[in-house]
Design a protein. Structure first.
Length: 311
């Protein structure tokens, strides 16, 4: 058994590991591990306390995937419910769909009996207001200081915070039966255009799991992973016979074909192969990830391998 996560997933490792130790499934483990991160108000990239969109609304995205049968569930632009991973899990379990967004996702969460709440915490709101104050000129505002709707598209380019583009939590687990599951949850790019989806709720872009080969989950500039199909690419490279780190390296090289300067290709990833081998990779130095495996009393932190995106 093994459980790996992005560094901010450490607060959920105990919950996920408890599921695996009790003989639970990898799917149950990644959901259980993600929920404490979504409830952590100090993590402004996930769930409750996440940074809002341009209008000050917290919109959450999440996906979960069962590598045994390639089942998946996802939600996007979900407002008012702090645990999008559990809504995504029930999309997988109860609906003939993979992805629900916006009002439909919120309606489904309410049907599940989940409690609606305001997810915008005071620190996140303060950061949002400070971010806008420092970036948007007066011409974008009405008499009350609000952003004029006809200016939203232009305002997004000026207000979006490049330092807050990369936050997300990733979990991948392999249970005692050898099954693999993955989960991703995020509040997305700070000050994003309302309704924006990144790679996190898109199966194959930010999340993919297949018992036969392995799994990968991404953190970073989601639009790039969507264009390159980054998580699925790792699994396909594993299928083609690449070793795990080499599969990740090739997937990152694919980002170089997008035509952006290397410094703009912001991407991190955790990955696992079917043998339980794991790694964390990033385009940025100094990043880490956490893991726990059989025989370990507590999670350990490891540095991520720094990879380039040059073709």
């Amino acid at each position: 058994m093994i459980l790996i996560a992005s560094a901010n997933g450490e607060v959920g490792m105990a919950a996920g590991w408890a599921v695996l130790q009790a003989g639970g499934s990898a799917l149950d483990a990644v959901e259980a591990a993600t929920r404490p991160v979504e409830a952590n108000p100090d993590d402004h990239s996930v769930g409750y306390g996440g940074y809002p969109n341009l209008l000050g609304e917290v919109e959450l995205d999440a996906s979960i995937m069962d590598g045994a049968r390639l089942r998946a569930g996802a939600v996007g632009a979900l407002r008012g419910f702090r645990h999008p991973i559990s809504v995504a899990r029930q999309v997988l379990e109860q609906l003939p769909h993979v992805l629900l967004v916006g009002e439909g996702a919120a309606r489904f969460a309410a049907e599940l009996g989940m409690a609606a709440e305001n997810l915008l915490t005071a620190p996140a709101e303060q950061a949002w207001r400070a971010g806008l104050a420092g970036r948007l000129p007066d011409e974008f505002r009405d008499a009350q200081g609000q952003i004029m709707e006809r200016m939203l598209a232009r305002a997004t380019r000026l207000a979006t915070d490049p330092e807050r583009v990369a936050g997300t939590v990733n979990f991948i687990a392999q249970d005692a039966a050898g099954h693999i599951a993955s989960a991703v949850s995020t509040s997305g790019w700070a000050w994003k255009y309302p309704g924006r989806l990144g790679d996190s709720p898109i199966i194959g872009a930010g999340n993919y799991a297949d018992d036969r080969y392995g799994a990968a989950a991404c953190t970073g500039w989601g639009e790039l992973a969507m264009r390159a199909g980054t998580a699925h690419s790792v699994v396909l490279y594993l299928k083609a016979g690449y070793a795990l780190e080499d599969a990740c390296r090739e997937a990152f090289r694919d980002l170089g074909a997008l035509g952006l300067p290397p410094e703009q290709c912001i991407m991190s990833m955790v990955a696992l192969d079917r043998h339980g081998r794991h790694c964390g990779v990033s385009t940025s130095p100094g990043r880490s990830y956490v893991y726990q495996a059989d025989g370990m009393a507590a999670p350990a932190q490891l540095p991520r391998l720094v990879l380039g995106t040059q073709v």
